[in-house]
Design a protein around this ligand. Structure first.
Ligand code: PEP
Length: 258
């Protein structure tokens, strides 16, 4: 378990199902909920972000359980002529309690900028959704030793000036996502400490210190224990390994162990 300042924050494990899952996946979610019920206390916070089509179903399944449901993206407007988009009001109505914004796959596939992400954070806060803001460098940027510079820019341009809602930061090195490789624990710690410093500078110690900083990128049942032991890692954002309830439970367990 992380120590020092990080102890003030209850760890959270968030699963990002990306474009995977159908209504049949309810079986997997029920197994996950069953596993959570059997887990010894205390259990960390747990959230699953399925495709928008499944948020309503999963929110019903997870009522009065330890599982929360989140979304993977949102539009900035409340309603209107935006074919194919979903507003935060709709996500909230379907049962989501958080929304991931600025995932590198959205930046890549949809050309999302830091300014877009800034507006999405405000859209999330409009309906009291927690915004899970993703930041992270590419392989080229890491090799050029520009990681901290990139993260600084992403944070300052995508976070609103005042904290008018709940936020989490997910540090997701783009080159580690779905790649079966991760930065070293020392490298993860360095970036998380940098993010913490920037948050404290921006929002002051009282607010900055309370913001969970998650690591994401090839987290598995095998390396979750190591991730949980890194100072300043307050949880993880998990892609592929969240699709199998047994693996996901092992990751949750690693962040729940006393
Ligand atoms: C992600 O896409 O947020 C992610 C971390 O993916 P994976 O765990 O599969 O690397």
């Amino acid at each position: 378990m992380a120590s020092g300042m990080a102890r003030k924050i209850t760890p959270i494990v968030v699963g990002n199902w990306k474009m995977n899952g159908t209504r049949r996946s309810a079986t997997e979610v029920n197994r996950l909920i069953g596993g959570l019920k059997k887990m010894p206390h205390p259990v960390c916070n747990v959230m699953l972000c399925p495709p928008a089509t499944l948020i309503g179903d999963f929110a019903k399944l997870s009522k009065r359980t330890r599982l929360q449901v989140g979304a993977q993206d949102c539009h900035v407007d409340t309603a209107g002529a935006h074919t194919g988009d979903v507003s935060t009001e709709m996500l909230h109505d379907a049962g989501a309690r958080a929304v991931i914004v600025g995932h590198s796959e959205r930046r890549r596939d949809h050309g999302e900028s830091n300014a877009d992400i800034h507006d999405k954070v405000q859209a999330a806060w409009r309906v009291s959704l927690t915004a899970i803001v993703c930041v992270g460098e590419t392989r080229v940027e890491r090799n050029a030793k520009r990681t901290l510079q990139i993260i600084t820019r992403q944070l300052s341009a995508s976070l609103p000036a005042t904290m008018d809602g709940d936020v989490m930061i997910a540090y997701e090195p783009v080159w580690a996502i779905g790649a079966a490789r991760t930065p070293t624990p020392v490298a993860i710690r360095e970036v998380h400490e940098h993010i913490r410093k920037r948050l404290n500078l921006r929002f002051g110690l009282r607010q900055g210190d309370r913001i969970p900083i998650l690591y994401g990128g090839s987290v598995t049942a095998n390396n979750a224990g190591q991730m949980a032991s890194i100072e300043q890692v307050n949880g993880v954002l998990v892609g592929g390994a969240s699709l199998k309830y047994r693996d996901f439970l092992k990751i949750i367990y690693a962040f729940s162990a006393p």
